[in-house]
Write a new protein. Sequence first.
Length: 225
Amino acid sequence: MTAMDENMTAAREAMVREVEQRMVDMVPWVGRSVLSPRVIAALRDVPRHLFVPPEHLSEAYLNRPAAIGYQQTISQPFIVALMTDLLDLDPDDKVLEVGTGSGYQTAILSRLVAQVFTIELCAPLAARSGRLLQQLGFSNIVARTGDGYLGWPEDAPFDAIIVTAAPPEIPEPLIAQLAPGGRLIVPVGGISQQLILVEKKRDQSIVLREIIPVCFVPLTRQDTA
Ligand code: SAH
C-alpha cells in the first residue's frame, strides 16, 4: 500500500466509527442502535474518496455531503449507512436505486445484494458514475439514464428500493414495483423533508414509518429537468 492508500484507509476507519456513534445517538428516532455488520463491512470496503470530486478529496471521509457538480451532492455517509441498514438487505436481493449521482451508494448496495438497478436523470453524472463503477469492478450493477420516478417496470418487482432525491410525495410507481415483503426508503417533501420507510407486507398492505428529518436535493421530473 502507498502512503496515500494508508491515509485513506485510516480516514475511512475513522468515518466508520463516527457513523457507528451517530447511529447510537439516533436510537430514540430509529429504534436500532447498531448497524448490521454487513453494512459496516461495505462502508469499510468502498473507497469513498474515489467518488468525491478531487477538489473535495480532503473531505472524503468526513460525515458530510459534498458537491459533485450539476447542483447535486454525494450523500452524507451516515445517511447512506442508515438508509441501507433500514432496507434489511439479503445477499440474494434485487434492488432499485433512484438517483445514482456519484455512484457511492450504488457501490455500497452492490457489495450487499445480488443485483442493483440504478437510474440517474442527469446524463453526465450517469456517464461518470457508470465509468467509475465499471473501472472499480462492480459488476452486478445495471445503470440507465432516465426519470426514476417511474421506476424500472421491466425488471420489477424489487426486494428493496432506495430513492436518494426528494419527491413531493411517495412515487406510486415505486410502491407498485415493490415485491411483497419488500422495503422502500425515500426522503419525501420540499423545504422540509422526512425520511420514510415503506413496507409492503406479504398480504400487499402498506405500512409507512417516518424515520428522521433529512435534507436531500429535489427529485426532478424528466419534463422539467
Ligand atoms: N446517491 C447519490 C445521491 C446523489 S444526489 C450519491 O450519494 O452520490 C441525487 C441524485 O438524484 C442526483 O444525481 C440527481 O441528478 C438525481 N435525480 C434527481 N431526480 C431524479 C429522477 N427523477 N430520476 C433519477 N435521478 C434523479
